[in-house]
Design a protein around this ligand. Structure first.
Ligand code: SF4
Ligand code: SF4
Length: 62
């Protein structure tokens, strides 16, 4: 099964903390108009680090 982090767009407030926490380049894409982040799933290593820093609990591995 292919694992990647997923963003709950109902919870994300676009604070970008997850972007600074991620050790992989270019996984997160910030969408300024929507104030959300998107994930480039093919780049995510599913390490789970970003899920520990999101105060909104908007990130889950799945
Ligand atoms: S840390 Fe959470 S709330 Fe902040 S941008 Fe990332 S997913 Fe959204
Ligand atoms: S699970 Fe790891 S590699 Fe994937 S987005 Fe989060 S911090 Fe980056």
């Amino acid at each position: 099964m292919y694992l990647s982090v997923r963003v709950d767009t109902e919870k994300c407030i676009g604070c970008k903390i997850c972007i600074t926490s991620c050790p992989e380049p270019n996984v997160f894409i910030f969408l300024p108009e929507q104030k959300l982040v998107e994930v480039n799933e093919s780049r995510c290593k599913a390490c789970g680090l970003c899920t520990t820093v999101c105060a909104k609990e908007a990130l889950k591995i799945g």
